[in-house]
Design a protein around this ligand. Structure first.
Ligand code: IVH
Length: 715
């Protein structure tokens, strides 16, 4: 802990720190409550509040009128029940320019095997900037409403959604027996202004923008509060549905309107790229007068049979894209550049900025990417800079206003050594291209504490092991105390609850010696506190214990292999299915070949994985970790499919679909698609002109069928 002990603070230092804490805590409260986007762990947040209380206890005269201790800790402890989406809620790819939109249409045409000049009808819809919700109707009655969450699992906010006047509780007409309608909950500018006025009058914090206020309003634990907020809804897509009432996107929206849903009246069907871009230009011109926020236009292939064929890649559908409005920009001052060392040793320069509001959000930091970028911008400390923020992307510095450069602006010297462990930091040179990597990396590897700690933090993260109660501060603390070096050590903590408690107690003592002695006079209070802290340890142990059972995809993601994130980890897990098969595959001679044969995995990724398993210490550490775990095999994507688990090779010309489509569909049904025929191949689908692969199939006695037979098999 770098902060000075409270009893060593001078009153001047205390005053300064209380001022900073009041601001920081208010900021965290706002991010948590208003922005719905906390930036620190609960434990770290609690530590800030404790530090504030400790300083106040020693300097009672310095307690500020706006002290955080006058407000109740504003974090809600209760949570909503989780809801699994039977049909995942996908996200959209982005297009930022006319060319990107043309590329989108090009990809659609190519996938469907259409000619370059063939028009494909799409709907163009305003992209509402709110939060998406999924509403489930059974026999026309609203039975459940959920947030998107991570797309697979959301939160049950039925009671709150029921209070929104645009959301029908009972549908009109003849809707399908099961219908999940999805759309956007949002707040108009007028309602937003009125709400903030009310908040201000009541002495409550104001919301940053309509999107955050809509999100904050539907996630209230008391539906009465949601009801008092004026929220709107537009329906635009669906999840589970027992029967499709139309065969186009535009037809579906008409049906939704018939059932009683609000549908955005600005939606249009477009027949060409020209019409799409015209729609975008018209909407851009109208944007300020709409009365609600939109951040772009969504294009969707209109025909549902084509949507079905196009399917999705990872988390976005191939049949839709979002044409975003240009990013918002603002001017501020670059106050400092700091280096953060990441989990892969990358030295990442972060710009510390004078706070500035961009698109309704206060920005204090921006990424500078790497040293070449700093040089390209010629960014110096003290410079006036233009920053830009697009959607959820981390803000960036676009340019330096050199004409405003102060005389004392300081050029920045990029460090050549790791600021954490002191090891050399180098830019690797690609053997093949001779090109220098853009990133400078610490060579400290296992000796670099920053990398060790970052790797462990990644390991317990939400998409990895998701261990609640073991946040960044705790990991750092246990690491500093020598208890944590590698993932297996996390599970070993469960055998040392006494030691864990002791470390936490010492940490607390360091934070608040003063207060503890004050409270020592009141044994009842102290006892309560201890009980609560025992509970913290108990909960943490329980959280670790429950994660001993883990899915193969999460485990692979958690290993922190370079270039392997959630999507790639899932691809690998789907292919190998079990941890044993995966490990056996990695030990085999053709590990790299096999990885590269998977759709979505290229040479660089395959090499990174092989490099990881090429290091003995990694394999050993993984072995130690596995002793604690029960790794659940990855379920086959479609168990009922007649081709799941089969290895298929396509050869010759396909006439009803493109090769890309054939491959995507087969994989969706659980088959593995390979490029060459071997004894392991189950089916060869041969079109006209098939050559050597057909011969190989005969040699290995593999079932051969034509395209029609294949389509019949999978239909
Ligand atoms: S369709 C596969 N349509 O944008 C299609 N989304 O970036 C899934 N959104 O989570 C979504 N307006 O919150 C669709 N007309 C519209 C939309 C829209 C806003 C939001 C939605 C979604 C996000 C994806």
């Amino acid at each position: 802990m770098s902060a000075k002990a409270v009893d060593k603070l001078s009153s001047q230092e205390a005053e300064k720190e209380l001022d900073r804490l009041a601001k920081d805590i208010a900021g965290h409260d706002r991010r948590y409550h208003m922005d719905d986007a906390p930036s620190i762990s609960d434990a770290d947040y609690d530590a800030l509040r404790r530090r504030n209380a400790d300083i106040e206890a020693r300097f009672p005269l310095l307690v500020r009128p706006d002290s955080p201790s006058h407000r109740v800790g504003s974090k809600a402890s209760e949570k909503f029940a989780k809801v699994r989406h039977t049909v995942p809620m996908l996200s959209l790819d982005n297009a930022f320019s006319d060319e990107d939109v043309a590329d989108f249409l090009g990809r659609v045409r190519r996938f469907l095997g259409r000619k370059d000049d063939e028009e494909i009808a799409v709907t163009a819809e305003p992209k509402i900037d709110g939060l998406s919700a999924s509403l489930r109707y059974e026999n026309g009655v609203l039975v459940r409403g959920a947030t998107r969450g991570d797309g697979q699992e959301g939160e049950d906010i039925t009671a709150n959604l029921k209070t929104i006047s645009g959301i029908p509780l009972r549908l009109k007409g003849k809707p399908p027996a099961i219908l999940e309608v999805r759309g956007e909950v949002f707040m108009t500018h007028k309602a937003f202004a009125a709400l903030n006025k009310r908040q201000e009058k009541d002495g409550k914090p104001v919301y940053a923008n309509p999107r955050n206020s809509a999100a904050g309003s539907v996630r209230q634990l008391d539906p009465g509060i949601t009801a008092s907020r004026e929220l709107n809804f537009f329906a635009y897509t669906w999840g589970e549905i027992s029967a499709l009432p139309a065969d186009t996107q535009s037809g579906m929206l008409e049906k939704f309107a018939d059932y009683g849903f609000p549908v955005n009246p600005l939606t249009r069907r477009c027949e060409s790229l020209g019409q799409m871009l015209k729609f975008y230009a018209d909407i851009s011109a109208k944007r300020a007068k709409l009365g609600y926020d939109i951040d772009g236009v969504v294009y969707k292939v209109d025909r549902l049979d084509l949507q079905e064929r196009l399917g999705f890649v990872s988390r976005s559908s191939r049949w839709a894209t979002a044409h975003k409005f240009p990013a918002e920009q603002a001017e501020t001052v670059l106050e400092d550049i700091e280096i953060q060392v990441g989990r892969t040793g990358k030295l990442a320069p972060v710009a510390r900025l004078a706070p500035v509001t961009v698109g309704g959000v206060v920005v204090r930091n921006a990424t500078l990417h790497n040293e070449d970028e700093i040089a390209r911008l010629d960014a110096r400390i003290g410079d006036h800079v233009v920053i830009q923020r697009a959607g959820d992307v981390i803000p960036q510095i676009v340019r330096v206003l050199t004409d405003k450069r102060p005389r004392n602006a300081k050029p920045y010297k990029f460090p050549q050594t790791c600021p954490v462990c002191g090891s050399h930091a180098v830019r690797e040179v690609d053997e093949k291209t001779g090109k220098q990597d853009v990133d400078r990396r610490c060579t400290g590897g296992l000796v670099c504490d920053a990398q060790t700690v970052e790797r462990l933090r990644y390991f317990v993260g939400r998409d990895q092991f998701d261990i609640e109660g073991l946040g960044g501060t705790m990991i750092q603390l246990f690491h500093d105390e020598g208890l944590l070096k590698e993932p297996a050590d996390i599970f070993a903590l469960t055998e040392k609850p006494g030691k864990v408690s002791k470390i936490l107690a010492a940490h607390r003592a360091a934070l608040s010696e003063e207060r503890r002695s004050a409270e020592g006079k009141d044994p009842v209070k102290t006892k309560k506190k201890e009980d609560r802290e025992d509970k913290v340890v108990e909960n943490m142990m329980a959280a670790i214990e429950t994660r001993r059972k883990i899915g193969l995809d999460r485990l692979i993601n958690a290993l922190g292999i370079r270039h392997v994130g959630e999507t790639t980890a899932r691809l690998i897990a789907r292919h190998y299915r079990t941890i044993d098969a995966f490990l056996a595959g990695m030990e085999g001679d053709n590990a790299r070949e096999e990885l590269e044969s998977l759709e979505g995995i290229g040479g660089v990724v395959a090499e990174a994985i092989c490099d990881f398993f090429g290091e003995k210490h990694n394999v050993k550490a993984l072995g130690r970790l596995l002793q604690w775990l029960d790794v659940t095999p990855m379920a086959a994507p479609a168990k009922t499919s007649p081709v799941s688990g089969k290895t298929v090779v396509f050869t010759g010309t396909l006439e009803k679909m493109t090769r890309q489509e054939a491959k995507a569909r087969a994989e969706m049904l659980g088959a593995k698609v390979s490029g060459s025929v071997s004894a392991k191949t189950d089916i060869v689908v041969a079109g006209p002109g098939a050559g050597s692969k057909l011969k190989d199939a005969q040699k290995h006695n593999v079932t051969v069928m034509d395209e029609d037979a294949w389509l019949k098999l999978i239909s």
